[in-house]
Design a protein around this ligand. Structure first.
Ligand SMILES: Nc1ncnc2c1ncn2[C@@H]1O[C@H](COP(=O)(O)OP(=O)(O)OP(=O)(O)O)[C@@H](O)[C@H]1O
Ligand SMILES: [Mg+2]
Length: 244
């Protein structure tokens, strides 16, 4: 049975989509069968982060509606084990039939080791859609106070939904920022109130990889790519030190 992982934040632009792509490709590199689903209806861009933006891709709605089969999901040109469903452009998240969505995810669990749901910003319908059926939630925050506060708020919403398996990823970490703000990852963890799964450094390769349409883990083995790889090991229950 595959594991369903929702990548959420609350605040926009914290790096959900980049982290989702980084973790999915890291797991695919390790031989896992992975499905990425873009749940950012209307503002989809997971295809860019996966370096698949020039490929035709079915949307999850195409599969939910029964018009296409899950096996027809787009295949990554480099990582054959990594498949992708984009978000529909014109169907608001609150109009997606949760039962059809759940059935698609149930089918996906039979085929894939990991299924990632990349959520939109905010705590509205798209957030709930991604979180609702997830086994595990990864909450991506930045180091800035607004992102941490929104992660805290998102945690409260998730707990009201009965979600308990929530882990924090602090993205775009720089030593300088911590020193200037007199802040530590422990402070962020305490404020957000959830355990830490990993930290990812600020790394220009994240932007460059997307711009050159190269997967981050092919662009570099260091920095954010190495951090995603370490987090992917932790997702599999392996112990790796938390550092940047
Ligand atoms: N670790 C990082 N280092 C440098 N740049 C990063 C890092 N993570 C993300 N970025 C950049 O930050 C921007 C926002 O990232 P991304 O789109 O992944 O965030 P998001 O949370 O998915 O945004 P949205 O809420 O709009 O969906 C992008 O330009 C991305 O390249
Ligand atoms: Mg995004």
């Amino acid at each position: 049975m595959g594991e369903l992982i929702a990548v959420l934040s609350g605040k926009g632009g914290t790096g959900k989509t980049s982290v989702c792509a980084g973790l999915a490709t890291a797991l695919a590199q390790q031989g896992k069968k992975v499905l990425c689903i873009d749940c950012d209806v209307g503002l989809r861009n997971l295809d860019i982060a996966l370096a698949m933006d020039d490929m035709a891709a079915l949307s999850f709605l195409d599969v939910c509606s029964g018009a296409y089969r899950l096996e027809q999901a787009a295949r990554h040109p480099i990582y054959q084990q990594l498949h992708f469903l984009t978000a529909p452009i014109h169907c608001p998240a609150d109009q997606i039939d949760p039962n059809a969505f759940r059935d698609m995810l149930t089918a996906a669990r039979q085929h894939y080791h990991y299924i990632f749901l990349d959520a939109p910003a905010g705590i509205e319908a798209g957030f709930s859609l991604a979180a609702r059926f997830a086994d595990r939630i990864l909450l991506v925050t930045g180091t800035d106070p607004a992102a941490v506060r929104d992660a805290c708020r998102a945690t409260q919403v998730l707990e009201l939904m009965g979600k308990t398996n929530i882990r924090l990823i602090v993205n775009r970490v720089t030593e300088k920022m911590f020193a200037t703000m007199k802040l530590t990852v422990d402070d962020i963890m305490d404020k957000a109130g959830i355990p830490l799964l990993g930290i990812i450094p600020e790394d220009e390769n994240v932007v460059l990889a997307a711009a050159f349409q190269k997967p981050l883990l092919k662009q570099t083995k260091k920095g954010a790519a190495a951090a995603c790889r370490r987090i992917s090991l932790r997702l599999q229950g392996l112990q790796t030190p938390i550092s940047i």
